[in-house]
Design a protein around this ligand. Structure first.
Ligand SMILES: N[C@H](Cc1ccc(I)cc1)C(=O)NO
Ligand SMILES: [Zn+2]
Ligand SMILES: [Zn+2]
Length: 291
């Protein structure tokens, strides 16, 4: 259910989250020449993330990290699983995509740093992981953090994953997509996208913002098409939400070019921190529900 009743656990964790950690991960992850789904750089970026998340979770026997192999291309998706205690068949998913693209054409050495699109989302998930582990948080439901491959070429990684979860009848109770979280291009802080998402869950997400980040302003908008990986989960009938960095007409002009750099997102991660905090509150409030 969408009750917000874990303030004693969530509030201290939110104060521990730091923009500087998110910034460092954006810098590190956007240092690959590109993270394109078919290049060696792209494969290396996936392996780098698996390694990073694995070492962050090394002390926890309830946390595993796997790579999801996609038959049609080399770059794997990365899935971290925190197994729930007494309600583990119900699953909460938070996602971002690990690939990047330069629309001029992406070869092995083409520059596609993807700092905002979507290293910012991966970095937000990474800070959520760090704080959950630091607080020894153990959910009742299973929580999965996903770094999707091949989003830029038709949401292909998340489509394969969502289809396989549906085929396995996995009870995913909610999905949040974090794609582009660090470019502050619009007046409101967080824009909830209303197409290819679930209205009831969007209301819950809005309530999370008002409860845990009351100083933030909320906007609403539509993409008009399946603009990120939430659409893959929506297509399988799962409830999704996409909190986004700007209104549709004011989106980051640097994306899909060599200029999507950390510097061009402002050289700091204050905007991403809002999304990381929202993701943490989403994960813990949903993840703490019993059977
Ligand atoms: N299509 C999305 C980018 C995208 C998504 C929403 C909006 I508003 C503007 C741009 C993408 O490139 N995701 O990787
Ligand atoms: Zn993109
Ligand atoms: Zn993206």
């Amino acid at each position: 259910s969408y009750t917000i009743d874990n303030q004693s656990v969530v509030t201290p964790m939110l104060t521990q989250m730091q923009a500087s950690n998110i910034a460092q991960t954006i810098v590190d992850f956007s240092a690959f020449a590109n993270r394109y789904y078919t290049t060696n750089n792209g494969v290396n970026a996936s392996n780098w993330l698996k390694q990073k998340w694995s070492s962050m979770a090394s002390g926890r026997s309830d946390i595993t990290v796997e790579q999801f192999t996609h038959a049609g291309w080399a770059q794997k998706s990365v899935i971290l699983t925190i197994k729930g205690s007494d309600n583990s068949t119900e699953v909460v998913v938070l996602g971002a995509h690990l690939d990047s693209i330069n629309t001029k054409g992406t070869t092995e050495t083409t520059k596609a740093p993807g700092a905002d699109d979507d290293a910012s989302g991966i970095a937000s998930l990474t800070e959520i992981l760090r704080v959950m582990v630091a607080n020894n948080y153990k959910p009742r439901r299973t929580i999965k953090l996903m770094g999707y491959s091949a989003e830029e070429v038709g949401l292909r990684g998340s489509q394969e994953i969502a289809k396989s979860y549906k085929a396995a009848n996995t009870n995913v109770v909610g999905v949040m997509q974090l794609d582009m979280t660090n470019y502050k291009g619009s007046p409101q802080d967080i824009y909830l996208y209303t197409d290819y998402t679930n209205a009831a869950q969007n209301q819950f997400v809005a309530n999370l913002i008002s409860t845990y980040q009351p100083s933030l302003s909320i906007g609403y908008d539509k993409c008009g098409y399946g603009c990120s990986d939430h659409a893959s989960w929506n297509a399988q009938g799962y409830a999704t939400s996409m909190p986004f960095e700007t209104a549709f007409t004011q989106d980051n002009p640097y994306i899909h070019t060599e200029n999507d750099t950390f510097a061009n997102s402002g050289g700091q991660a204050d905007h991403s921190l809002k999304f990381a905090r929202l993701g943490l509150s989403f994960a813990v409030e949903l993840g703490s529900d019993g059977p």
